[in-house]
Design a protein around this ligand. Structure first.
Ligand code: KG4
Ligand code: ZN
Length: 338
């Protein structure tokens, strides 16, 4: 018997996502973003994000169904992000998912947002090898994970950022450079016309005595601010600053991720999360993985940033692994550990 169509709902930050997955295959998905409403504040405003999810959730589910050519009654299970994320935003997605699961009489599955980012890659490249190294780089997280079986085994956490996440560093530096929000894509675009060697930004925590799998990006933000201040009264060569900053972030991320593969004897590196959409992170990871004999997997950019398909992908793995569904009184866990 075929396993059911799983609807995934994502609402942990400023994207409302819905996706439909069956047996590892993406059938359709849709995303709405409240990004523009936050732009004038320079960052996500939790109250605005939560309200935007209320507006967007039902239309986004509708659009995902249309994209897949399916009807509401075709949904056989509902998966939803329960954390980590903004509590008001998560509540909206969970309330919507519970209502749908209850009305349709189908099981509900709670999904960890980061497991969703990891599973996004399976929709493009098939099941993950066991084990694989995962570098998750988003606006809220920068972590190295050793993953065996997403549905059955806990993820081993090798290291994290000690301060800012890589995406946060891009967003804050973009602000310093006078680039629009969200900063990551803006820096990526500006860097195309810049010279990465024009500014010698530091490579934090890459010394021989530094922790191998920990990251730190707040110093880079400070270095970017100092560099900008040093141009006071003159035109800031933004393209050069963006290219040099992007190079520093990509260098540290890929250097540590490839070293972790080597040290753990792992043959596959998976890079996921919003920052995996960065063109230099992608090209440098490719270069270094090739040199180290490591297979690199990176989802297409549309599956790197937050979306519902990645949550449906985890739901689908849970259904097929025979996991216990969540009770209808399940709660959100805004600071969910891995
Ligand atoms: O995974 P995501 O959509 O949301 C979180 O879970 O945080 O990641 C958003 C982050 C933002 O910081 C954004 O600036 C960054 O990903 N980002 C990028 C690019 N596209 C998105 N950073 C660098 N280059 C990009 N092309
Ligand atoms: Zn995310």
């Amino acid at each position: 018997m075929k396993s059911p169509v799983v609807l995934g709902i994502e609402s942990s930050c400023d994207e409302t996502g819905a996706g439909l997955v069956r047996e590892g295959r993406l059938l359709g998905h849709a995303v709405a973003s409240s990004m523009d409403e936050h732009a004038r504040y320079g960052g996500v405003v939790p109250e605005i994000a939560a309200r935007a999810h209320v507006h967007a959730l039902t239309p986004v589910v509708r659009r995902a169904l249309d994209d897949a050519g399916l009807r509401m009654s075709d949904i056989g299970a509902v998966a939803v992000t329960t954390g980590p994320g903004l509590s008001g935003a998560l509540q909206v997605g969970l309330a919507g998912a519970k209502s749908l699961a209850y009305a349709l009489g189908v099981p509900l599955y709670g999904v960890h947002h980061l497991a969703g980012h990891v599973a996004a890659d399976t929709l493009e490249h098939g099941p993950l090898p066991d084990p694989c190294m995962v570098l998750i780089v988003s606006g809220g997280h920068t972590s190295l994970l050793l993953v065996r079986d997403l549905a059955r085994d806990p993820i081993a956490h090798l290291g994290d950022t000690l301060d800012d996440a890589a995406g946060e560093c891009f967003d804050k530096a973009a602000r310093i450079f006078g680039l629009p929000y969200p900063g990551g894509p803006a820096i990526d675009r500006a860097a195309r016309d810049g010279d990465a060697r024009a500014v010698a930004f530091p490579r934090p925590l890459t010394g021989a005595r530094d922790p191998a799998y920990a990251f730190s990006f707040s110093g880079l933000k400070t270095a970017a601010a100092r560099w900008a201040q040093s141009h006071a009264g003159r035109v800031l060569p933004v393209a050069d600053g963006a290219a040099a900053l992007q190079e520093a972030v990509a260098d540290v991320l890929t250097r540590k991720a490839v070293a972790a593969c080597r040290e753990h004897g792992v043959g596959t590196l998976v890079v996921v999360g919003g920052v995996a959409a960065n063109s230099r992170v992608r090209s440098l990871a490719e270069e270094r993985c090739r040199a180290a004999g490591v297979t690199l997997r990176v989802p297409p950019p549309r599956l790197c940033t937050d979306n519902g398909a990645m949550i449906a992908a985890v739901g689908d793995l849970l259904v097929r692994a025979g996991a216990e569904p969540a009770p209808l009184d399940v709660s959100i866990d805004p600071s969910a550990p891995l």
